[in-house]
Design a protein. Structure first.
Length: 264
């Protein structure tokens, strides 16, 4: 049964899409069965997975609004050995249409039930806002990964996001957990970044991934080649960092399982 992870932060440009694509590819490279869901109407995860958002026959819109079965919406051909539910501008309309439908917050969760046992990990790339699409992602997810840049206002945004996650969890998804906070586009020569990073660790402890994603031009270039960084330049620092992150996530979930067994 897949673990469903939402990659969320209401701020734009913090690395949600880069993380979604490269983590999905890295997990798939460890032979896990992976589905990536693009919920951002910009369709960047779609294009970055080598799928043309202007040519797709189905998107998350069909899944959420028209209740087309997930099996029909999933694209199995991507550049990253994972499956994809695509997004494009149509998904903007989904956000509006969803307002009118029954059980609008749990559409995604319901839609994924039928395919959940076919995957080990399902990642959801969220739009840069706390709209109904993000609410659907958080309602469907077991856990949230929060990518963030270590800059001055980042902690403020993070507190707001944590509050929202908690409120939402109370309403529609009591089991939702913070999987981890990921430092992205990190430049260790920047003193402010180091300060913010220290504050993060003080405040959130183990929730902060040890793996740090460095600022790396290969990560920024790869999407224009329609591929995850590991298939564009596998020796790049960016590709290696996301492989390390996948390893850290797997180790964490394994040790959590062992702890659960020990306490049974
Ligand atoms: P979001 O999805 O949160 O809006 P993106 O993943 O699209 O953020 O990243 C924003 C921009 O920063 C993109 O142009 C992306 O290529 C670039 N970028 C993301 N992560 C890195 C990184 N670690 N190093 C260099 N550029 C990055
Ligand atoms: Mg994005």
């Amino acid at each position: 049964m897949a673990k469903i992870i939402a990659v969320a932060n209401q701020k734009g440009g913090v690395g949600k899409t880069t993380t979604s694509i490269n983590l999905a590819a890295s997990m798939a490279a460890t032979r896990r069965r992976v589905l990536l869901i693009d919920l951002d109407p910009q369709g960047n995860s779609t294009m970055g997975s080598g799928v043309d958002k202007y040519q797709v026959s189905h998107t998350a819109y069909d899944l959420l609004v028209d209740e087309v079965p997930a099996s029909e919406v999933i694209q199995t051909e991507t550049s990253g050995k994972y499956h994809l539910i695509a997004a494009n501008g149509d998904v903007t309309a989904a956000e509006i249409k969803l307002m009118e439908v029954f059980a609008r917050e749990i559409r995604l969760r319901t839609a994924l039930e039928a395919v959940r046992d076919q995957y080990d990990y399902i990642f959801i790339d969220c739009p840069p806002s706390l709209n109904l699409l993000t609410v659907n992602a958080l309602a469907a997810a077991d856990a949230v990964v929060i990518p963030m840049q270590c800059e001055y206002y980042a902690l403020e945004g993070l507190t707001a996001l944590m509050d929202t996650i908690e409120k939402l969890a109370r309403l529609v998804n009591p089991k939702l957990a913070i999987e981890g906070i990921l430092r992205t586009m990190y430049d260790p020569r920047n003193r402010l970044a180091n300060d913010v990073s220290d504050q993060l660790k003080n405040h959130f402890g183990d929730k902060v991934y040890r793996t740090v994603i460095p600022r790396n031009v290969r990560l920024a270039e790869a999407p224009s080649f329609g591929a995850p960084a590991m298939y564009y330049d596998k020796s790049s620092a960016g590709a290696k960092a996301y492989l390390a992150l996948a390893g850290e996530m797997l180790r964490r979930s394994e040790s959590a399982q062992i702890t659960a067994l020990e306490t049974e």
